[in-house]
Structure formats: structure tokens, C-alpha cells
Design a protein around this ligand. Structure first.
Ligand code: AGP
Length: 612
């Protein structure tokens, strides 16, 4: 979802900006543009389509400026077009702005500005920003160094919604000002240069030292410094944070696509997630958490709130928490939860899962729970992401950067971490459950078992080749296998554009079976020994109606019943989703490849959904 890059230093800005945008491509976008400060003033180059199209624009090679801003746009207000692409200018062409997020009151602001003589040339919400800055800039009679900052601050105070913005002004050719509210933005510190990006990996090859911004922190950037101001324009100090990821872990490492690379990174990602938290013979440790036995015993409920795949990670683990801790646990979709006045109070622990840590609905749900007095804990993959600055407690999956839009290693790492968290809660509460020992052992065995499971890749590829032209594919399961069915179905939709549905197998007779006809593909997941027989019966019902079936199982089943059987390593039922999802990740990947689709950047989707 929209990407921002910026550079201020001594090198030519345009190649750095375009390179940065290319690294942000995975976020999803439909147009791109850059603005640099040249001797002649601000120069803007933009167009709809791919970032690489910028290389073909007239005059791009002549840009010499060493300060610039850049943007990839994912259309919200107004179709993808050159006019709607960023950067946007004010009417006098004094300011140039790129913006991520949504200005909710843009109609009101547009009317205000139109009444004050301003004209608009795009359909975007963003175009109000440079004009509003101009409005305040013109009204300010003082001509000091802070004039630009004052105008930007006044404009930002009028904006409702979310924004991360970069501003260039032709009257201040050696500065850039940036600010954020509910939308990601980081500053990378170099030697006599500063980099700006909505995402750390985009500028990791230039620096590992970052300033992380909070809402309404204004930054005046010059070549050799970054000055920070709060909402009242009082100077504030910021520490530099060193990021451990290296740039190569954000590259493809010889794989055709990031998604495939990330699927294969899962054994290691899981190892990193387990880290020192879990030890077979001692209690689980989370040094970031200080939950007492009394606090955990006082809880009336745990809510797990997230979106998409991250929500599936929550669903996969609800059972573990309830069984080990005996605390009722509900899992909800963040965009629904935040608007349904949930029953949350100081006796509720609210857990928010987000790979990116930037998902707008999840962050808003967290803020709501804080207001209601609950303790908030976030599980994320991105250190310093927005959600970690809001939550009372943050724990990290340490899965490394996930670039492909379709989440794979983040999901399995989230499920691992949630299971370890459930054990930590149970141990802290003094709950004794004989299965904990076995579960711990099996979690520690996971990296090896996932490695083993990845060996079935060719078999999955064969089946994918048979069904890649299908119009509809169904996924069935019971218990945790039903959650895996949902996640498998989501993966398939996202990257192959095949219509797919997932159902609790027992629900089949209550409606969905009407859709089953000859040759339709149905995938069954069966890992729970207590439920396998029942799911087999449901699959028998679809086979009778002519369906082709692929089955994923770690149980003893009659292979001859099904067209295709994928045997996966056995493990503790609580963590079986971590293994059973692997063939389904590969399945969606190979189908998308067979169809010649862009696996890493599926249409209409963005890696981090920073707007509602
Ligand atoms: C996963 O494949 C999806 N791209 C999507 O559902 C994703 O999990 C969701 O948008 C949540 O993102 P987050 O984990 O960064 O909050």
C-alpha cells in the first residue's frame, strides 16, 4: 500500500529514489513519481504504471538534485493516472508533497481551500495538503527558519485520518520536512545524508541506523542532521536504533520469487522465533513480559485481534490457550472488532497480531482496548513498527523481512510464538497439564519437521499442474484443520485468483455441498486423530458426487480413496497447522506460477494495509 522514499545528501537523488521505490514495489501500487530540488526549482516526474517506467520519462537523466522525495501510489481517491500520481504541488508550485494514508476530511478541506481561491487538478485527497501548507505559509508574516515547519504543522493539525508525508519547499532548498500520523515512516541516518522510507528494508542497503518516528513528530532534515520537534514545535531528542537485518536477507537469494524463498526460510524463521524462549527442561521465558500469576488468574477473557493471515494464526492457537490456561479466548477480525463495542475491561488481555505492525485496523483496535483499560500485547515481525509504539507489551517473531504479499513464514512464526506464549501463561499460572512437556518437545522439533515437509514440493507441484485451470477449489477441515483450510484458501485466492472457499467439514451438509459437482477439486486437511474419521466421511460425500480430492494428512488413512495424498510429518495436534499449511503454501505458489502470474505482487493487494 503506497510507499514513500526520500533522500537528502550529497549524491544524485533520483537513482536512489527510484531504487528505493523498486524495493517497495512489493507493497502494491499503480503509479509512481519523484520530485527533486534542481537549480531551476522543484522538478516532478511521475506517471501511472510500474516504477521502471520512470526511467523512460523525458528529462529524468538530467536531474542533478541531491534532495528528493518519491512515492508509489495505490489508488484510493481517484483512478490510477498521471494527474493523481504523487508528488502533488500547491497552486504556486512552491511545495511538493508525497503522502501515504487517507485524509478523511479532504472534502471539507477542499471546499475551504476552493473558497479561498485554490484550484484542484487531481481527484486525490493528497492535493489538499500542499495547498493547505501554502495557505498557512502565506498567512505567516514572520520570515524565520521555522516558517516552513510552522506552516506544515498547522496544515497537519487540520488533517483528519492517517498520513505520512514528505515536503519539499523551493524556498528551503537544503531541507526536507517529514511527519507521520498512523502511517509508517522511518529515517535512515548516513554520513552527511539521510534516507526516508515507509519501510526499513527499502533503505537497508544504505544504512542500519534508524530513527523511528511517533505520531505528530516533525522532522526537519538537512544533509548532516535530523532535528525533531513535537506537536508544539518544541525540539525533542531521538535515539538512533540499530537494525540487525542485513540487506541480503531482504533479497531473493537465488529463488525465483520472494514467496518461494520465504516458504523455504520457514525452518530457520521458526528457529529464530523459538530463540531462547523455550527450553525443554525449564520454564518458558519472555523477558519483555512481566505478567504475574495473580494477573493471569484474574483474567476473564483473552481477545486475539488481527486481520487476514495473522487472524488465522490467532484462530490456530485459541485451542492451545483455552486448554492450557483455562481462560476463555476469542479471536476476532480487527475491522469488525473495533466497531462492535467489544466487552473489554481491565480483566481482559488483548493480543494483537500483525506481521507488518502497520495494519490500520489492528492498531485502531489496540487503541480501543487500551482506552477500555485492558492490557495490550502485540506480536509482530517488525521491530519499531507503529503497533509496538502503542502496545503495552511487544514480542517479536524474528522471522526476518517478509516481502511477498502472501504471508507464509510470518504466519508459521506467529503460530509458534503464540503456542510458546500459551505455555508461558500456563506455567506462570501454575497450571499443570501433562501435555506441556510433549508440546515443548514438539515445538523444538518443528524446524526439522518443516524441513522434511518441504521435500514434498515436487509432489505438490504435480498436483498443481493438474488443477491450475480450475474455476473453484474447496478446502475442508475440522478443528485446527478447519483454520488451515481457511488459510490455504486465502493463499490460493490471493495469488492465483482462483475462486476458493473453505468450510468446516461438518458444515458441508448444511449448504455448501450443493456446490459440489463432477470434477470439482476438494482439498481435505486431516491431522487431528480424534476427527480424522469424521472428515474422511465428509470427503466420501464429495467423492460420491464426482469431486477430485487432494488430502493432506499425518494420520493413517486409506490412500486409495483419494486422487492425491500428501503425507506430512506428525506432530502435537496444537502445532500441526505449522506443518499442514506448508503443502498449501506450495500449492498456491505453483498454481500461480503455472498461470504465469506475478506471485509476489498479486493484483489489488498490498503488503501492509495502512488504511481502513
Ligand atoms: C496474507 O497473505 C495477507 N496478505 C493478509 O491477509 C495479511 O495477513 C493481513 O493484511 C494482515 O497483515 P499484518 O499481519 O501485516 O497485520
Amino acid at each position: 500500500m503506497c510507499g514513500i522514499v526520500g533522500y537528502i545528501g550529497t549524491k544524485k537523488a533520483s537513482p536512489i529514489l527510484i531504487n528505493g521505490l523498486l524495493r517497495l514495489e512489493y507493497r502494491g501500487y499503480d503509479s509512481a513519481g519523484i520530485a527533486t530540488i534542481e537549480k531551476s526549482g522543484i522538478s516532478i516526474m511521475k506517471d501511472k504504471g510500474r516504477v521502471k517506467n520512470l526511467y523512460n520519462l523525458d528529462g529524468i537523466d538530467n536531474l542533478e538534485g541531491t534532495i528528493g522525495i518519491a512515492h508509489t501510489r495505490w489508488a484510493t481517491h481517484g483512478k490510477p493516472s498521471k494527474e493523481n500520481s504523487h508528488p502533488h504541488s500547491d497552486n504556486s508550485k512552491t511545495f511538493s508533497v508525497v503522502h501515504n494514508g487517507i485524509i478523511e476530511n479532504y472534502n471539507e478541506l477542499r471546499k475551504f481551500l476552493t473558497d479561498n481561491g485554490y484550484t484542484f487538478y487531481s481527484q486525490t485527497d493528497t492535493e489538499v495538503i500542499p495547498n493547505l501548507i501554502h495557505y498557512y505559509y502565506n498567512k505567516d508574516s514572520k520570515n524565520d527558519d521555522l516558517k516552513l515547519l510552522r506552516a506544515i504543522k498547522s496544515a497537519c493539525m487540520d488533517l483528519k485520518g492517517s498520513f505520512a508525508i514528505e515536503v519539499l519547499c523551493k524556498d528551503f532548498p537544503d531541507n526536507m520536512i517529514v511527519v507521520r500520523k498512523d502511517s509508517p515512516l522511518v529515517i535512515g541516518k548516513g554520513e552527511n545524508e539521510n534516507y526516508i522510507s515507509s519501510d526499513i528494508p527499502a533503505i537497508l542497503s544504505f544504512t542500519r541506523d534508524f530513527y523511528l518516528l511517533n505520531d505528530y513528530e516533525f522532522v526537519v532534515l538537512s544533509r548532516n542532521k535530523a532535528e525533531f520537534y513535537d506537536k508544539d514545535l518544541k525540539p525533542i531528542n531521538k535515539d538512533v536504533k540499530n537494525i540487525e537485518w542485513d540487506a541480503s536477507s531482504a533479497e531473493k537469494d537465488g529463488f525465483d520469487d520472494y514467496m518461494l524463498k520465504e516458504i523455504y526460510e520457514q525452518p530457520n524463521a521458526i528457529r529464530e522465533t523459538i530463540g531462547a524462549k523455550l527450553n525443554e527442561n525449564s520454564k518458558c521465558e519472555f523477558e519483555e513480559l512481566d505478567f504475574t500469576k495473580e494477573y493471569l488468574l484474574s483474567l476473564n477473557k483473552i481477545y486475539i485481534v488481527a486481520c487476514g493471515t495473522a487472524m488465522h494464526a490467532g484462530l490456530s492457537t485459541r485451542n492451545t490457550i483455552e486448554k492450557l490456561c483455562k481462560i476463555p479466548t476469542e479471536v476476532d477480525i480487527a475491522s469488525e472488532f473495533r466497531y462492535r463495542d467489544p466487552l473489554v475491561n481491565e480483566k481482559t488481555l488483548c493480543i494483537f497480531i500483525s506481521q507488518s505492525g502497520e495494519t490500520a485496523d489492528t492498531i485502531a483496535a489496540l487503541k480501543l482496548c487500551k482506552e477500555k483499560g485492558a492490557k495490550t500485547l502485540t506480536i509482530t515481525n517488525v521491530i519499531g513498527s507503529s503497533i509496538t509504539r502503542e502496545a503495552d507489551y511487544s514480542i517479536y517473531t524474528h522471522a526476518g523481512p517478509e516481502i511477498a504479499v502472501a504471508s507464509t513464514k510470518a504466519y508459521t512464526s506467529q503460530v509458534v510464538l503464540l503456542n510458546i506464549l500459551a505455555i508461558y501463561f500456563a506455567e506462570t499460572m501454575g497450571m499443570t497439564n501433562p501435555c506441556i512437556k510433549d508440546l515443548k518437545e514438539e515445538i523444538l522439533n518443528l524446524p526439522k519437521k518443516v524441513e522434511e515437509c518441504l521435500k514434498i514440493s515436487e509432489k505438490v507441484k504435480d498436483f498443481s499442474k493438474k488443477v491450475y485451470n480450475e474455476k473453484d477449489i474447496f478446502f475442508l477441515g475440522r478443528g485446527v484443520d478447519e483454520v488451515v483450510a481457511r488459510e490455504g484458501s486465502l493463499k490460493l485466492k490471493e495469488i492465483s485468483y482462483i475462486h476458493s472457499e473453505s468450510y468446516a467439514a461438518g458444515e458441508l451438509k448444511h449448504g455448501p455441498i450443493a456446490l459440489i459437482e463432477k470434477d470439482i477439486t476438494v482439498i481435505g486437511i486431516m491431522t487431528d486423530p480424534n476427527l480424522v474419521e469424521k472428515t474422511v466421511s465428509n470427503l466420501q460425500e464429495v467423492i460420491t458426487r464426482g469431486a477430485k480430492t487432494m488430502v493432506i494428512s499425518n494420520q493413517k488413512i486409506d490412500d486409495t480413496m483419494f486422487e492425491f495424498v500428501i503425507n506430512i510429518p506428525n506432530t502435537h495436534p496444537f502445532i500441526s497447522p505449522i506443518i499442514s499449511i506448508i503443502p498449501l503454501q506450495l500449492f498456491s505458489y505453483y498454481i500461480a506460477k503455472e498461470k504465469g502470474l506475478d506471485v509476489d505482487k498479486p493484483r489489488n493487494l498490498a503488503k501492509s494495509v495502512t488504511v481502513e
